[in-house]
Design a protein around this ligand. Sequence first.
Ligand code: PLP
Length: 499
Amino acid sequence: LDAGEFRRQGRLVVDFIADYYERIDEYPVRPAVAPGFLSRQLPEAAPARPEPDPLAAALRDVRDLILPGVTHWQSPRHFAHFAATASNAGALGEALAAGLNINPFTWAASPAATELEVVVTDWLGKALHLPENLLFSGGGGGTLLGTSCEAMLCAIVAARDRKLAEIGEERISDLVVYCSDQTHFSFLKAARIAGIRRGNCREIPTSMKSGFALSPKALRAAVRADEAAGRVPLFLCATVGTTPTAAVDPLGELCAAVSGRGVWVHVDAAYAGAACVCPEFHHAIAGAEAVDSFSTNPHKWLLANMDCCALWVRRPEALTAALGTNHDVILKDPAASAAAQQDGGVVDYKDWQVALSRRFRALKLWLVLRCHGVEGLRGVVRAHVRMAAAFEAMVRDDARFEVPVPRQFALVCFRLRPAAAAVGEKHVRGDEVEPNELNRRLLEAVNATGRAYMSSAVVGGVYVLRCAIGNSLTEERHVREAWSVVQEQATVVLATART
Ligand code: PLP
């Protein structure tokens, strides 16, 4: 890295990003491009030699070719999926880590990076009011991974090896895992990677009536049925803030339902874990003292730019027993090993994850926590929840719409009432435009305007539009405008449905 050139080019990049954010509200949130639009505009092979002033040329291409084809996740009008929040501290923390470019796979490979991760995962755990037994200070501990999917995979592999050590490796095909039909698909993917038979993955049905939360009674019944058939219950993935509707599974009752069986309980709080910075949301993780692991994505709602997933485990030794490697002589630093042993051991994060190499994510999270403080993060969460409540009130005020599932956190699920197609002078037969199809058309019409971008889910057979408020730049006016877009497009879609 050439320091002088880096200074010059760094300024270009910083200015480019700042200009982008100043104009982000002008872009249609979702690009109107067809597949292949970019590949057709780029050369077929990389240049053999650098171009003159390549960075400036590339930035021009980012502006002219790439930005017109991206979905603007940081737009204040992006309400789809769950947000990937950004902040100055998050972006600059990423830049700092990229600049230092270290690889802290063991304590010795970068002592300060490892220790910062230990400190910052405890800081975050305390800020979220996690039980002490998940923190280093209470005998557990946390690590920073890229995604929730990785966190689930690490947890399930730890649970699997712990159980197989007890019952014998040959019984792997007897292991059963449990989740609900609302659990993120990444859990079943993790289970498959961990060698759990497809037929031994129980997706317990939920219902609109129970707000799509996993029922402890249904879980208990499923576990007992498996035990009666000679199978071995291994793992429960409970969710705090499901992807379709942000439903909250009752952790305390679920842990009680499997208690005494050695079932590993993991909490996937990818989105809603962040809300626990606010005392008024602590109830969402009531009972977490009994869980074995917990993960949340600070890149979703805690201003830590992509990517950052925090995983805490109650017994780190279960994780390191499954993922630890001990024959890598090349990695060992004799002086550091001796010092570590004297000091009662150190964390080697390579043994907490799938890969060896890893990013210095702690720097970014540490910067975010220092620059915003826990109070600052509470302010962010509360502002989004307030805006979501305002959006929900606007939806409820329009007789054509309904909110079929209660709003959770800052996610509003809503739709045109089934009867809406029949409201007005001209009635249509129920079979002409089916309600789910009508709402599908509404979402497409809203997103095609480029003035708001939302997503959808099908829950209990019902198609809903999802308005997830969580972007750093979103203000009340954007939420009001998004609602106006929905209303305008609903009028158009309903009129079209009647003709
Ligand atoms: N779990 C939940 C509840 C989610 O909402 C998501 C993604 O939105 C995930 C897991 C997957 O997260 P990741 O992309 O970090 O693996």
